[in-house]
Design a protein around this ligand. Sequence first.
Ligand SMILES: Cc1cc2nc3c(=O)[nH]c(=O)nc-3n(C[C@H](O)[C@H](O)[C@H](O)COP(=O)(O)OP(=O)(O)OC[C@H]3O[C@@H](n4cnc5c(N)ncnc54)[C@H](O)[C@@H]3O)c2cc1C
Length: 509
Amino acid sequence: MGGGTAGWITAGLLASEYRDDAGVCVTLIESPNVKTIGVGEGTWPTMRTTLQMIGLTETEFLTECSGAFKQGTKFVGWVTGADDDYYYHPFSAPAGYIDLNLVPFWQKQNNNVSFVDAVSIQGQICDRNLAPKQAQTPEYAHVANYAYHLDAGKFAALLQRHCTKKLGVRHVLDHVASIDGDPDGDIRAVRTAANGDIEGDLFVDCTGFAALLLGKHYGVPYLDKQSILFNDSALAVQVPYANNNSPIASQTISTARGAGWIWDIGLTTRRGIGYTYSSAHTTDDDAQAVLGDYIEQTSGMAAKDVEPRKISFTPGHRAKFWHRNCVAVGMSAGFLEPLEASALVLVELAARMISEELPASRSVMDIVAKRYNDRFLYRWDRIIDFLKLHYVLSKRDDTKYWADNREATSVPDSLQDLLRLWNYQAPGRQDFSQVDEVFSAASYQYVLCGMGYRTQARLSSRQADAAGKADQLFAGNASKARQVVPNLPGNRELLEIINKRGLPKSDAA
Ligand SMILES: Cc1cc2nc3c(=O)[nH]c(=O)nc-3n(C[C@H](O)[C@H](O)[C@H](O)COP(=O)(O)OP(=O)(O)OC[C@H]3O[C@@H](n4cnc5c(N)ncnc54)[C@H](O)[C@@H]3O)c2cc1C
C-alpha cells in the first residue's frame, strides 16, 4: 500500500523474485489524493543491484530518471567551517581493506596526504567531476564504485511502468479509507473508495509518514530520536544549471550551516538542493535566507526567486517494523534525516529480505517477523550512531546547534563506547559484527580520518611487520590514480553519451 519509491521498489523486488510463481500475486494500491514525498534523490551502490534484480537496464534507468552518477559525499564546512574545510566519504573501500587496516599506517606517515587520497582514487575523481566508468564499461560495472542521483518522481513512474508491464504487478489507483481487521488480529483486507475490499495474505505499509497500517491501525509506537539527531525540518528546491555545459558533480555535496546542512544533488537536467535544519535552533525565515544565499553563490539564481517546499519530520523509527501480517517499509517504518542517504538503502534491504524470506504460510510468518525486527532494529541503531558521528566530531563552535550536538547527553552510549575504544585501537572491521552492515568500518574510517580524529593506538609487533605491505598499498593507490584518473570521461560527458547511444550490455544480460 503506497506508490512512492518504497512501494514500487518493494513491489518490483517481490514480483521479480516470484515472477514464475503463480501462487504469489503483488497488488500495489496508491491513493490518487495523497502525493508522494517527492524528495529522496541520493542513493547507495546497492541501487545498482536492486535495479538489476528488478530487471531494468542501466541505460533505461539513467535516461528516464535524469539519473547521474554518485560516487560518495563531499562534506564541506563540517569540521571548522573554514574555507578549505572539506573531506570525502567515497563509495570505494580503502585499498587492501579486507587484509590490512591502513588507518594507523596512514597516521604514522604524517605527510599531508589526506586519508581518502592515500587509500582511494575516488576523491581525485570527484575533485575533477569525472565519471566512475568509461563509455565502453558495461552496464552496472564500474571503474570506481558508484550509486546514482535520480529524480524521485520520474523514478516512481519508471518503476510503475516496468512493474505493471513486465512483472505483472496489479496497480490500483484508489484511496484506502479503512482497514478490515481487528487491531489485535491480522488484516483481512483494505477498504478502497471505488474498488471495494482488497484482500491479502501480507500487507506492506508503504504509506509514508502516515503509516496507516503499522502506525494508525496497529498503534506500533514511534521512537522519537530527536534528542540525538536534531534536524526536523527541510526546505527543498529544484535549481537549473547555469548552462548546458555546467559540470555535473560526481558526488552529493553536503555543506554545513549554522543550524543544519545543505544537500546539493546533481541530476542531468537540474540540481536538487535543500537545507535540513533543527527548528529548535533556527526559524524557517532564517533557514530560507541561508538556502537562498547558497543558491545565489552556487548557481547565479537570485535568492528572491527561490520558492522552497517545506517538509517537517520527526527523526525516529517504529519500535518494530513487522507486526502480525503487516510490515512497514520506507517512511512508514521511520526516517532519521537525509544525511548519508540512508533511507532508500533501507528500503532496498527491507524489500530484499521480505522477498527472499517471504513466509511460505501464516504459520511461519511470526518467525520471519521476529528475525526481520531484530535485524532492522540493529540497522536503525547503527545508522543513528553513524549519522551522529558526523556531528560529534565537528569542532564548529559558531552556533549553539553545533555545541549542543556534542553534549554527551545527546550521544548514544554505543557511539561513546566506540569513540573511547578508538582512542586505543584503530577503527576497523572488528568493530561491526554483521557481514552486511549498512555503514561498514570503511565508512567510519573515511569520516573519522576526514574529520581529523586520530587514534592513539600504537602499532603492535604484528602490525609493524606489515609496514612494507602498507607502503605497497599506498604506492599502488598512487600509481592507480596516475593511470586511471586522467583517462576517465567527465561526468556530464559520459551521461550525454549514454543518453545518445546507451551503455554496452553486461555479459550477464
Ligand atoms: C527532506 C528529505 C530528503 C530526503 N533525501 C533522501 C535522500 O537523499 N536519499 C534517500 O535515500 N532518502 C531520502 N529521503 C527519504 C526518501 O524520500 C523516502 O525514503 C522515499 O521517498 C520513500 O518514501 P515512501 O515511499 O516511504 O513515502 P511517500 O513517497 O510519501 O509515498 C507514500 C504513498 O502512500 C500513499 N498513500 C498514503 N495514504 C494512502 C491511502 N489512504 N490510500 C492509499 N495510498 C495511500 C500515497 O499516495 C503515496 O503513494 C529524504 C526524505 C526527506 C523528508
